[in-house]
Design a protein around this ligand. Structure first.
Ligand code: CP
Length: 305
């Protein structure tokens, strides 16, 4: 399979066999040290929104494979603050690098950047739309901890309206005969168009506001932060703030081998008292960003096939 030169904009752009291929490549990356693989290559990280995990794990992945990183995480110190357009910024940065990872608050910005660029663009999150590299590491974590991606009962909890990690993972899990449980406040339900797509694909799902009504059926629970920054009206945020909080009491309502994932950062929806339980895999999940992003970089830069 040849990924050289390919953009990573949406998980929807990947067929099932391509997703599985990336996950196998990530496993290989975790097992090997390849400090020369991307020697001479430069990755640009353009972050128009805050990030800890995505930006730093891409930087770490590139460094571990022998490549270099340039970029910014604060647009106020760039010419964007003077009014330079996104497409001009991309056209300039592609002259300095071999691939670009970009996070942007506007849905569709990554696709726009890919149209302007002739080098691979990797979407590090565009608004509430997609976060495909997070999805690859979420799938990798599920596969590692549940030993399969097939026929799982997976719950999505919290901010299902604005959560790009949820939207991407739902798209990906629809390849694997998942049964899905969408648990959220009424105002943060999954977007209707995504539910219609699941219906059209014949994917079984339920919507619920009460987590405890479905928690006993779950193999995986994907918890998410309610994203204050996405709400147009702070009053609407205050109505749903603190709607769900997982703590040790929750463990008496689950199957013993439930795995709890969270893309992080967390605020108040996930008590630290769960961190040391065998159910909590979110720190391992974040760490899996390294082999997964190593694999993606090596693939799009044509260093492996
Ligand atoms: N999961 C995730 O995207 O984290 P960051 O916002 O820290 O990159």
């Amino acid at each position: 399979m040849d990924f050289k030169g390919r953009d990573i904009i949406s998980i929807r752009d990947f067929k099932k066999d391509e997703i599985l291929y990336v996950l196998r490549m990530a496993k290989g990356m975790e097992e090997k040290k390849l400090p020369e693989l991307l020697k001479g290559k430069v990755l640009a990280t353009l972050f128009f929104e805050p990030s800890t995990r995505t930006r730093l794990s891409f930087e770490s992945a590139m460094s571990k494979l022998g490549g270099k990183v340039i970029g910014f995480a604060d647009t106020s110190i760039t010419s964007i603050s003077k009014g330079e357009s996104l497409s001009d910024t991309i056209r300039i940065v592609e002259g300095y690098s071999d691939a670009i990872v970009m996070r942007h608050p506007v849905e569709g910005a990554a696709r726009l950047a890919a149209e302007a660029a002739s080098i691979p663009i990797i979407n590090g999150g565009d608004g509430s739309n997609q976060h495909p590299t997070q999805t690859f590491l979420d799938l990798y974590t599920i596969l590692k901890t549940k030993k399969t991606l097939n026929n799982l009962h997976i719950g999505f909890l919290g901010d299902l309206k604005y959560g790009r990690t949820v939207h991407s993972l739902v798209d990906a899990m629809s390849h694997f005969n998942a049964r899905m449980y969408f648990i959220s406040p009424e105002s943060l339900r999954m977007p209707e168009d995504l539910l219609e797509e699941l219906k059209a694909k014949g994917i079984k799902f339920v919507e619920e506001t009460d987590l405890l009504k479905v928690s006993g059926s779950l193999d995986v629970l994907y918890n998410t932060r309610i994203q204050k920054e996405r709400f147009p009206d702070e009053l609407e945020y205050k109505k749903v703030k603190g709607a769900y909080r997982l703590d040790k009491g929750f463990l008496s309502h689950i199957k013993p081998d439930l795995k709890i994932l969270h893309p992080l950062p967390r605020v108040d929806e996930l008590s630290p008292e769960l961190d040391s339980t065998p159910n909590a895999v979110y720190f391992e999940q974040a760490k899996n960003g390294i082999p997964v992003r190593e694999a993606l970089l090596a693939l799009v830069l044509g260093a492996v096939k």
